[in-house]
Design a protein around this ligand. Structure first.
Ligand code: GDP
Ligand code: MG
Length: 450
C-alpha cells in the first residue's frame, strides 16, 4: 500500500516536474514552468542559489527537503508569500504536530516518475553587506537507482542535477559504497563533458557536494554530524598504495572536480519515520537525536552566510542565465550527439580521446604537408618536428575527460601516430626524389645522345 502526504495543500508553492523521462528515453522539459520561475521579475536578474538532492528512491530525500522548505519559508521571503525578509528565525521547525507538506514523500514501494522536480516558489534574501537581493531555488529528484530506471537514465539525471546545482546533496544510506563513488565519478565525468564549453580549463567544474549519510550505524567510531562526517569521508577517500587504479582514480577525481565536498552522518530517525505507513512527518514523532542533527545540518546548508551562488567559469549566474543553461543542458542530454552512458567510464574517455587524436593528427598533417615541395630528408625532419610540437601544444590545450594519467597515455598515442605518419610521408618523398633523380638522369642521357 502507498500513502501520499498532502503536498498539494501547501499554502504557497507546489512541486513542478521540470524534467521527466518519456517513452523511449525521451526527455520532456516543462519550458513554461522553467520560464515562470526563472524569468519571474523577482528572479530574472538576480544571482541565484540552486540547491538539489539526489540519490536512490525511498531514502528520505523529499522528507529532508520538506524540512528545508520549512527553514526557507521561515527565514526568507518568497516570491509567492511576498513577506519582508525576516530576521533569523530559530523557531523555523513549526508546530510539533504539524503534518509535513511540500515535495511529495511517501512510505511504500511504488515508484514515482523519474525526473527533476523544482519547488515552484523561489526564496529571496537580502545580503546584509550590499543590500543586494539573491534568489534561492530548491530541487528534488525522483526515481533514480530503482529497478526500473536504466543506468543510462540514472547517469543523465545525476549528471544534469550536478550541472545545474550550486549545492548537490548526495543522499545515501548506511555507508558510502565503492560502487556509489564510481557511479558519482562516471555521472559527473559525463556532466563535465557536457559542460566543457562552459568551464574554465583550470577551474573545477562543479561546486559543493554533500554526502548525506542516513541511518549512520557507527557513531562510536565516527560521531554524528559534519565533524564525524569529515573524518569518515577522509578515511573513505584516502588513497592507498595498494589500491586498484580505478579506486585511486575515483578518489583523485572527487578532489579535482568539486570546489568543496563534505559529509554529514545522520542518526536513525526512529520507528515512526522509518516504518509507520501512516506517519505524516510530525516533528514530535522523531527521535531526539535525529531532530538535533536535522536542525544543525539544515541551518548549516541554508543560513544566509552559508548560501552558495551558482557559478559557471567563476561568474555568478543570474536567474535568466540559469534557465538558459538548464535548457541547453536538457537539450544536449536529449540529443544523440552525447554518448549514451556506458557501463564503464573508461570507454567514454577512450572515445573522446580518440576523437581528439584524429583532430590533432589532421592538424599535424596539414602543417607538415604544407611543405611538400621541400623534399630533402633534413628539411622533412625539421618540418615534422615543428608540426609535431605545435600539435602537442594543441593536444594539451584542448579540454579532455579523465585524469593526468589518461592525458599522458593518449599523448603518447598521438606521438606514435605522428611518427607513423611522418615515416609514410618520408618514404613517399624519398621515393619521389629518387624517381625525379632517375627521370632527370634519363632526360640528361637522352639530351647527350642527341
Ligand atoms: P525519497 O524517495 O528518497 O524522496 O524518500 P521519501 O522522502 O519519500 O521517504 C521515504 C520513506 O523514508 C518515508 O516513509 C519516510 O518517513 C522515511 N524516512 C525519511 N527519512 C528517513 C531516514 O533518515 N531514515 C529512514 N530509515 N527512513 C526515513
Ligand atoms: Mg522523493
Amino acid at each position: 500500500m502507498t500513502t501520499t502526504n498532502q503536498s498539494h495543500s501547501h499554502p504557497f508553492g507546489k512541486p513542478v516536474n521540470i524534467l521527466k523521462f518519456g517513452e523511449g528515453n525521451r526527455i520532456i522539459v516543462d519550458k513554461e514552468a522553467l520560464e515562470k520561475s526563472f524569468l519571474h521579475p523577482d528572479v530574472k536578474n538576480r544571482k541565484i542559489v540552486v540547491f538539489s538532492i539526489i540519490g536512490a528512491f525511498r531514502r528520505g530525500k523529499s522528507f529532508f527537503l520538506d524540512y528545508c522548505l520549512r527553514f526557507l519559508y521561515a527565514n526568507y521571503s518568497s516570491i509567492e508569500s511576498r513577506k519582508n525578509d525576516p530576521q533569523f528565525n530559530k523557531d523555523w521547525i513549526g508546530l510539533p504536530e504539524e503534518p509535513l507538506k511540500g515535495f511529495t514523500w511517501r512510505s511504500g514501494t511504488k515508484r514515482d516518475t523519474t525526473g527533476i522536480i523544482m519547488w515552484s516558489d523561489i526564496f529571496l534574501h537580502t545580503v546584509k553587506t550590499t543590500g543586494e537581493k539573491i534568489a534561492i531555488t530548491i530541487m528534488d529528484t525522483q526515481g533514480l537507482f530503482d529497478n526500473e530506471t536504466s543506468p543510462a537514465d540514472n547517469s543523465r539525471i545525476f549528471a544534469l542535477g550536478t550541472l545545474i546545482s550550486s549545492v548537490q546533496v548526495l543522499n545515501l544510506v548506511g555507508i558510502i559504497q565503492e560502487d556509489q563513488l564510481q557511479y558519482l565519478q562516471f555521472a559527473t565525468e559525463f556532466a563535465k563533458f557536457a559542460a566543457q564549453d562552459n568551464q574554465g580549463s583550470s577551474g573545477k567544474p562543479f561546486q559543493n557536494l554533500l554526502f548525506l549519510i542516513r541511518d549512520w550505524g557507527n557513531p562510536d567510531e565516527y560521531e554524528f554530524g559534519t565533524e564525524g562526517g569529515a573524518q569518515y569521508l577522509k578515511e573513505v577517500l584516502k588513497i592507498k598504495a595498494d589500491q586498484k587504479p580505478e579506486l585511486k582514480s575515483v578518489r583523485q577525481f572527487i578532489s579535482v572536480s568539486f570546489d568543496e565536498y563534505s559529509c554529514c552522518l545522520m542518526p536513525y530517525p526512529g520507528k515512526h519515520v522509518a516504518r509507520k505507513k501512516d506517519y505524516d512527518g510530525q516533528w514530535k514523532l522523531m527521535d531526539e537525536e535525529f531532530k538535533d542533527e536535522l536542525v544543525v545540518i539544515i541551518e548549516k546548508l541554508l543560513k544566509p552566510e552559508n548560501l552558495i551562488l551558482k557559478k559557471i567559469n567563476s561568474k555568478d549566474l543570474k536567474g535568466f542565465e540559469v534557465k538558459e543553461y538548464i535548457q541547453s543542458y536538457f537539450t544536449l542530454f536529449q540529443s544523440d550527439t552525447l554518448p549514451q552512458a556506458q557501463s564503464i567510464y573508461e570507454s567514454t574517455i577512450d572515445k573522446q580521446m580518440n576523437i581528439l587524436i584524429s583532430k590533432c593528427l589532421e592538424s599535424y598533417k596539414l602543417n607538415a604537408l604544407k611543405n611538400q615541395d621541400l623534399l630533402e630528408e633534413n628539411n622533412l625532419h625539421i618540418f615534422h618536428e615543428m608540426s609535431k610540437s605545435k600539435t602537442l601544444i594543441m593536444f594539451s590545450e584542448e579540454k579532455k575527460m579523465g585524469n593526468a594519467e589518461h592525458a599522458r597515455k593518449y599523448k603518447m598515442k598521438l606521438e606514435a601516430e605522428m611518427e607513423k605518419s611522418y615515416n609514410e610521408w618520408k618514404d613517399r618523398s624519398l621515393k619521389s626524389i629518387q624517381q625525379l633523380k632517375e627521370e632527370k638522369k634519363k632526360t640528361e642521357e637522352a639530351m647527350k645522345e642527341k
